[in-house]
Design a protein around this ligand. Sequence first.
Ligand code: 5GP
Ligand code: MG
Length: 173
Amino acid sequence: MEKKELVLYSREAIARRVEELAKEVDAAYGGKEIVVIGLLRGSFVFCSDLVREMKSKMEIDFMTTSSYENNESSSGDVKVFGDLRCDVKGRDVLIVDDIIDTGHTLQTVTEAIKKMEPASVKSVVMLDKPSRREVDFSADFTGFTIDDVFIVGYGLNYGPYYRNKPYIYTYED
Ligand code: 5GP
Ligand code: MG
């Protein structure tokens, strides 16, 4: 049976928030050049929307992270496949992810980047589920804060599907 979608943020609501977020992030860097690192695969939509609203001069690169292994919740054992082309040493790095949930992913990636001796590391997420946190970590910039619900769309998957849906939704039980 088809599950019914419950839309939490429409395409328009997302676009408005991303525009504001881009201004916030730009303002925080005050015209400095940055290195943006998007975490694949979940952040590919948010990252491309965000960087196109930003004015800061930037280099854009990606890392692949995975912790789900097809479960609906993070295992805490985060795998980072870092094949960065750009040198982050001495530079200001902004990590972009779709969502911070337990916090393991962003904490692990931040620690990995810090070992590369950047000038600074900040992070931005479209969504935050603070009630699910398992580590003491928060993103520097957040689009929307949500309750503990499993969400899909705008880059977020359900199984192997639906990352391309342009809105953020959950399924009715
Ligand atoms: P964390 O390591 O903070 O627990 O989880 C971060 C990653 O888990 C996110 O980048 C995302 O890929 C995935 N994730 C967390 N919550 C959700 C959710 O509600 N829906 C989907 N599809 N993925 C999620
Ligand atoms: Mg992810």
